[in-house]
Write a protein that binds this ligand. Structure first.
Ligand SMILES: Nc1ncnc2c1ncn2[C@@H]1O[C@H](COP(=O)(O)OP(=O)(O)OP(=O)(O)O)[C@@H](O)[C@H]1O
Ligand SMILES: [Mg+2]
Length: 229
């Protein structure tokens, strides 16, 4: 059995469905939770994962095709992007190898532009990711032998905490989660979030002013909390 990742929440292994290679995401039983609550939460997350994946695709945002779901075994079978890497690995391991600084900057702009556009499309369709981090965004190379990822398709993954909501505040919080995670994961590149936000604004067609106001409100509350300790 090929294990792709063993995380705190789930184990990802390679498997097969309908004669095709796929990825199996199996959520662990959490023994510190009451068994009924744990079973309930796991099912909610699996349903959210499969629903939002399909809704993203309908909205023109790339996401894995969900092939099969086994609620009792806690397994989701999904499309596997074999050559992909996470945006986190791209920023941390691929970009530093680009020696030309102008090209590096161009690549950062392309990436932040695409991420902002994706999130903008999701929010326009009232799809809230719930856990926006660079580990939950994949780059799938267009040319299979392109190990430097010159051109790629962006794919959103990990929708266990996702939801459908029209609320500007919920969208603002989604953006705030991303900002916080970028600040901690990619502190060396300070403008990532602002460039993502620029592209987001260009792609989001609904309630933009209100979403940004809510985002700033949530951020101010966060700052205050940090100051008070
Ligand atoms: N469809 C996929 N194709 C290729 N790689 C994937 C795919 N889905 C996930 N991965 C890889 O596995 C990692 C973990 O997947 P995922 O983010 O879904 O789970 P998780 O973060 O452990 O779970 P959760 O946040 O739901 O508890 C990703 O960061 C990515 O590297
Ligand atoms: Mg994840």
């Amino acid at each position: 059995m090929v294990v792709i990742k063993q995380g705190a929440e789930a184990k990802l292994t390679l498997g097969e469905f309908g004669g095709k290679q796929c990825l199996i995401k199996e959520r662990f039983v959490k023994h510190y939770r009451h068994p009924d609550l744990d079973a309930h939460l796991t099912k909610e997350r699996m349903r959210a994962e499969s629903k939002t994946s399909a809704r993203c695709q309908a909205a023109g945002v790339n996401a894995p095709q969900i092939l099969h779901m086994d609620l009792n075994e806690r397994k989701i079978y999904m499309e596997y992007f074999e050559k992909s890497i996470t945006a986190k690995d791209y920023i941390n391991n691929v970009l530093p190898k680009v020696s030309d600084s102008a090209e590096r900057e161009q690549r950062i702009n392309k990436l932040t532009g695409e991420i902002g556009t994706c999130i903008g499309k999701m929010h326009t369709n009232n799809l809230i990711h719930g856990d926006l981090t660079t580990s939950n965004i994949l780059l799938d190379p267009l040319e299979t032998d392109d190990s430097s990822f010159r051109d790629y398709k962006l794919i959103m993954i990990d929708f266990g905490l996702s939801s459908w909501s029209q609320s500007s505040e919920v969208k603002g919080v989604d953006l705030y989660v991303l900002e916080r995670s970028l600040l901690s994961t990619h502190s060396g590149i300070p403008n990532l979030f602002n460039s993502i936000l620029d592209a987001y604004k260009a792609a989001n067609t609904g309630n933009l002013t209100e979403i940004i106001a809510k985002f700033e409100e949530v951020r101010a509350r966060g700052r205050k909390r940090t100051m008070v300790g």
